[in-house]
Design a protein around this ligand. Structure first.
Ligand SMILES: NC(=O)c1ccc[n+]([C@@H]2O[C@H](COP(=O)([O-])OP(=O)(O)OC[C@H]3O[C@@H](n4cnc5c(N)ncnc54)[C@H](OP(=O)(O)O)[C@@H]3O)[C@@H](O)[C@H]2O)c1
Length: 238
């Protein structure tokens, strides 16, 4: 299988890449920190690893970069868009960065991927969203908003494929807390997964072509609570 992971230099994306690399798939990895991409390559005996610099905030460049990477790999079966940022107590500038990367950057690549899969009449698009897509929070409204955008966009593409492009699959991955650089400063986390465990569950969800998958699985309960809790209780709890 030929798999591309956008945002593979650290955390969840790196673990997903390492998972598929260890299974000898052809793997494309991208990120801004190219030295981290080289490290992943040099730590493996798999010769089918293709690395490319990509800053998803530069939407036109990243769409062209993705096209070039797919060409270099001789195709793509699964495109996993994982690149994302979140900041504790974000400034206005950071909030705009979150939108540029998690929403605009994501959509630019998801759109490219879906169109590409249309031309080859098959493929699997995967977005790493978050449980945060379920409902907003007082701590990082910009982050929750961009994840809701991601999940909604993926849902629309899934309806589109069900209607017209039956061989294109779309999976929305919604992790709970995972121990990565992004969550380093968060001291209030619970049910925290390692990136390796998250990657294994993500690969399982992709394999079984799930529409939506919570990672770890028990986070479905948190999503359910977030969805159903009356506003006045949610306001108090948060
Ligand atoms: N950790 C959690 O608890 C958690 C929970 C739910 C959802 N998520 C989501 O999981 C995804 C991965 O996060 P993580 O926790 O693994 O954090 P991380 O270790 O900080 O990894 C973020 C990845 O995104 C890439 N990235 C960030 N900005 C980019 C840009 N402008 N262009 C290209 N790549 C960019 C980074 O690569 P470079 O810096 O090299 O560019 C890195 O590979 C994110 O979408 C995040 O929202 C995480």
């Amino acid at each position: 299988m030929k798999i591309i992971i956008v945002g593979a230099t650290s955390g969840i994306g790196k673990s997903i890449a390492e998972h598929y690399i260890s299974k000898n798939h052809t793997v494309g990895i991208t990120g801004r920190r190219t030295e981290k991409l080289s490290e992943i390559k040099s730590n493996s005996t798999n010769t089918e690893i293709y690395a490319a610099f990509m800053d998803v905030a530069n939407t036109e460049e990243s769409r062209m970069g993705l096209a070039a990477l797919v060409e270099q790999m001789g195709g793509c079966d699964v495109l996993i868009i994982n690149a994302g940022v979140g900041f504790p107590k974000a400034t206005y500038e950071q909030e705009m960065q979150v939108v540029d990367i998690n929403a605009r950057g994501f959509m630019a690549l998801a759109n490219w991927g879906f169109e590409y899969f249309k031309t080859q009449k098959k493929g699997h698009l995967v977005g790493i969203s978050s449980v945060a897509a379920t409902r907003s929070s007082p701590y990082a409204p910009e982050y929750h908003a961009t994840k809701a955008f991601m999940s909604s966009y993926l849902q629309g593409l899934r309806y589109r494929s069900a209607k017209w492009y039956k061989n294109i699959h779309v999976t929305d991955i919604r992790p709970g807390f995972v121990e990565t650089a992004m969550t380093e400063e968060n001291k209030t986390m619970f049910w925290v997964a390692t990136p390796q465990k998250a990657a294994r569950q993500i690969a399982e969800a992709i394999e079984s072509k799930k529409a939506v998958a919570y990672v770890t699985k028990r986070y479905v309960l948190i999503a359910w609570l977030m969805k159903l809790m009356p506003d006045w209780i949610y306001t108090k709890v948060m």
